[in-house]
Design a protein around this ligand. Structure first.
Ligand code: 173
Length: 512
């Protein structure tokens, strides 16, 4: 068994338990992970499930490519697998998305049982960001869809994020010469083609085999800023390498309990030209996303997995399993140290949910805040960012921030699907909005081309809507262009595109 000859699959297959030793294959290479089992941030259980097998398909979306090499002592790298000597791994829930699936139709279907074949539409039939979501729901592998689409608890905040936009109406102006309209903008001093950025979302390879670099490339083409996620499937360097010269990237940062690791990440980000750090502050513990958690009972779950009630991590879905490094003790006193480590990079707190914390962030010397509830994935009944935006901006301004002398910027994310949503946020004082799920649905359904199309759709919508509200530039999109008198009244309860939301299902009831 030398590195040249490689390791025979039969040998790998024998190492399939703690007692016999645990070997796994990732990307054609064999690793002895026996001693690593209890150190694995995602728990031993998931590795044991692939003991003696090829774990690439499970490994790929959840880890950057070099994670195993970085974390395992070189003596545990056993060499390449001799090709075709290992039986294939069991079919996993993360199998590639089907191009067409049978879905129940509400119409009078000519097919037995009311089921019709769903055929993925050609990309030019996609007319709105909602459309990507509808296609994603029908064509993505269940595991990826469940992970991306889930929200916390009863998913009330997740729905409210978009519903809140329905309670703001325009006060359009006329005869304002809208022959040409300009929606280019600037975020933290960096030019952008629209007041929109791609916000961080984890585990891109659950949606597309190339992962987040597809977002980077499309962002580069359209002059859009991408916030690189801490927990991407691609490595940080792959995403920076995929950028074109002068393309602006920010980095989302989860602060590690081991601060030396966080500082290493910050230093590397600065060296690679990242312009701002968005420190996530709304996730000292990850929310319970029940739809994601139920995924484990589907697909390749063995009887051993589904019987035991003993393992905490196994029950928590993809995200919780890999989030144990996030430091729940992070507090305001830590900011000075992070700010110092950031050097020239700007610091923005992502996940602010009250005006008090926005003021504290400004007083602590941050460059901005993102009003965000993490896409409704954390605290259910956290307010929608749009609802708190007017108050946050009014109070920040009354305290002397958001002025040329103290240029503090306020961003919002969650529930944004239309340029009209963005324009409402701009009118109420936001600098720009983050878009998350629609981008990864576009990526999951049509790859880089899909993400590009999403930007084209938004650009078309901006042009038309700015003409129709009578705003030739974004500086004309001012507070009195919107009527917010209904903003703080109870939600209308109407959910547009209800189809795109899945009903919360009781235990044992499978989605059709
Ligand atoms: O929302 C998420 O799923 C998320 O932010 C996350 C956090 C830690 C690990 C993976 C994803």
């Amino acid at each position: 068994m030398t590195a040249q000859k490689g390791v025979h699959g039969e040998e790998v297959a024998k190492h399939n338990s703690r007692e016999k030793g645990v070997w796994i294959v990732v990307h054609g290479k064999v690793y002895d992970v026996t001693d690593f089992l209890d150190e694995h941030p995602g728990g031993a259980e998931i590795i044991l499930r692939y003991a003696g097998m090829d774990a690439t398909e499970e490994y790929e979306p959840i880890h950057p490519p070099d994670a195993i090499i970085d974390n395992l002592d070189p003596s545990k790298h056993l060499g390449p697998l001799i090709p075709s000597t290992l039986p294939p791994a069991p079919v996993s829930a993360s199998a590639p998305p089907p191009t067409s699936v049978a879905i129940p139709q509400k119409t009078n279907s000519p097919l037995a049982g009311g089921e019709e074949e769903y055929v993925k539409p050609p990309i030019d039939e996609i007319l709105s960001l909602h459309d990507f979501e509808a296609v994603a729901r029908r064509t993505m592998a269940k595991r990826g869809w469940n992970y991306y689409s889930s929200g916390d608890d009863d998913e009330i905040t997740m729905r409210e994020n978009h519903n809140a936009y329905h309670r703001v109406w325009f006060r359009p102006r006329i005869l304002r010469n809208v022959g040409s309209v300009d929606f280019s903008s600037s975020i933290l001093g960096h030019k952008t083609s629209m007041p929109v950025y791609i916000t961080a979302t984890a585990l891109g390879k659950l949606g597309h085999p190339e992962g987040e670099v597809t977002l980077t490339r499309a962002a580069g083409k359209h002059n859009i800023i991408q916030m690189i996620p801490t927990l991407a499937s691609c490595s940080f360097d792959e995403m920076v390498d995929a950028a074109i010269p002068n393309q602006i990237q920010f980095l989302q940062l989860y602060v590690n309990s081991d601060r030396s690791r966080t500082k290493k990440i910050i230093k590397h980000a600065a060296e690679r030209g990242v312009k701002a750090l968005f420190i996530t502050v709304d996730a000292p513990q990850l929310g319970r996303r029940e739809k994601d958690m139920r995924t484990k009972f589907e697909g390749n779950a063995s009887s051993q997995q589904t019987q035991g009630g003993d393992n905490f991590k196994r029950d928590q879905g993809a995200a919780r399993a890999i989030s144990s490094f996030i430091d729940p003790t992070l507090n305001w006193k830590d900011l000075a140290e992070l700010k110092e480590a950031a050097g020239e990079m700007k610091i923005v707190l992502k996940g602010v949910q009250s005006w008090e914390d926005a003021v504290m962030a400004a007083e602590a010397g941050c460059d901005g805040v993102v009003l965000s509830n993490h896409g409704g994935r954390q605290l259910d009944f956290a307010p929608s960012p749009l609802t708190i935006l007017p108050q946050v901006v009014t109070i920040l301004k009354s305290r002397g921030f958001m002025t040329p002398k103290a240029p503090f910027e306020v961003f919002i994310d969650g529930g944004v699907r239309r340029a009209t949503d963005v324009l409402k946020a701009i009118a109420l004082g936001a600098t720009a909005v983050g878009i998350g799920r629609p981008m990864i649905y576009a990526m999951s359904t049509y790859g880089e081309q899909g993400v590009s199309r999403a930007f084209e759709i938004l650009k078309d919508e901006f042009e038309m809507n700015m003409r129709l509200i009578g705003a030739p530039t974004l500086s004309d999109v001012v507070p009195n262009m919107v009527d917010v008198s209904a903003l703080n009244s109870a939600s209308s309860g109407i959910t547009m595109y209800e189809e795109n939301y899945e009903r919360m299902l009781p235990v044992g009831v499978k989605a059709k």
